[in-house]
Design a protein around this ligand. Structure first.
Ligand code: ZN
Length: 139
């Protein structure tokens, strides 16, 4: 019997070159799809960040209004001038040795009960549960 391998392959079966091209197309489409997903995710993240900045700007504006209102009340009731406030702001700014409109962050405090370090932002000591003695304006 004269039988040859090529006889069992359909005549319309793609050649190796066509199969390779098809596989490359599949991978290429997969990469494009993955990059589109990444681009969409980045766009969404950027939009969230923009919304958060707008929220923060509104909060800062509100704090400025409240601060000005409080200062106006204090100024009137204690017969102070704006220059008194400006001097005090400068004094506080200079606490860290630099006049830069910022206050240096303070380091972590020690627990008054067990003496272990209480990390910044923690209200209670994570070792013994004692409330932190960190001051109101410590950062
Ligand atoms: Zn403690």
């Amino acid at each position: 019997m004269d039988w040859h391998f090529k006889h069992i392959i359909p005549t319309d079966f793609p050649s190796n070159l066509k199969v390779n091209t098809m596989i490359e197309d599949i991978f290429q489409n997969n990469r494009i799809s993955r990059n589109n997903d990444l681009a969409n995710s980045a766009r969404e993240s950027s939009q969230n960040s923009e919304r958060n900045v707008i929220k923060l700007e509104k909060k800062v504006e509100n704090l400025l209004i409240v601060t000005e209102a409080l200062w106006t009340i204090i100024k009137k009731s204690h017969k102070l001038e704006d220059s008194d406030l400006e001097k005090l702001i400068e004094k506080i700014d200079l606490k860290d040795g630099r006049l830069d409109g910022r206050v240096a962050k303070t380091g972590p405090v020690k627990c008054q009960n067990c003496g272990k370090t209480v990390q910044n932002g923690n209200v209670k000591c994570m070792y013994c549960g004692t409330k932190s003695t960190k001051g109101v304006f410590q950062r």
